[in-house]
Design a protein around this ligand. Sequence first.
Ligand SMILES: Cc1cc2nc3c(=O)[nH]c(=O)nc-3n(C[C@H](O)[C@H](O)[C@H](O)COP(=O)(O)O)c2cc1C
Length: 166
Amino acid sequence: MAPKILLAYGTMAGSTAEVAQAIAEELTQLGAQVDVAPVESINDLAGYNAVVLGSAVRMFHLLGKTRRFLRKHRKALQAVPVAYFLICLTMSEEKPETIEKATRFAKPMLNTQTPVSLGLFGGCINHEKLTDMFGKPLRFLPEQDHRDWDKIRAWAGEIYPLLLNA
Ligand SMILES: Cc1cc2nc3c(=O)[nH]c(=O)nc-3n(C[C@H](O)[C@H](O)[C@H](O)COP(=O)(O)O)c2cc1C
C-alpha cells in the first residue's frame, strides 16, 4: 500500500501553498499518497505514516497558525516521522548567516519533534497577494520571487526515503 503523507502548510499570501503543492507532486510521483492542506483546516493526523509541515515566516516568527498547529498536534507529531520547511526572504541568499537565522525561525518546529530534514527556501513578494493589513505595508518592497523550484523538488526527493525509513 502507498505510504500516506500529510503535507500541511501555513501561508498568508499563497507562496508557501505553491511550494507545498510542488513538494506534494514530487512525493506523489515517488509513490506516496499525499494530502495537501492548510494547517488551520487539519483536525486529525491519524492514519498518516509521515507529516511534512511548511510555513511562511512573518515578523521573525513562524506564522501564528503554524505555531497553533504545532501546539494542537504536538503528541501526534512526535509519533510519526516529520520533515519541515520554511519560506522566508532571509533565505533569498543562502549563506551560513542566513541559514543560521532561518533555522532560529524554525525553533517551535524543532522543539516539537526532530525532523528528518529542515528545508530552508527563499520566499517572494507579490503585491497583488499582499492584501491583509500586515502584508499591505510590505508593498514598499520590490516584487521578487526567490523560490528555487529545482532545489525545492530535489528536497522532496531527499526527504521521501528518510520519511519512510525513519
Ligand atoms: C508582513 C510580512 C512580514 C515578513 N517578515 C519576514 C521576516 O521577518 N523574515 C523573513 O525572512 N521574511 C519575512 N517576510 C517574507 C515572507 O516570508 C515571504 O513573503 C513569504 O514568501 C511569504 O509566504 P506566503 O506567501 O506563504 O505568506 C515577511 C513578509 C510579509 C508580508
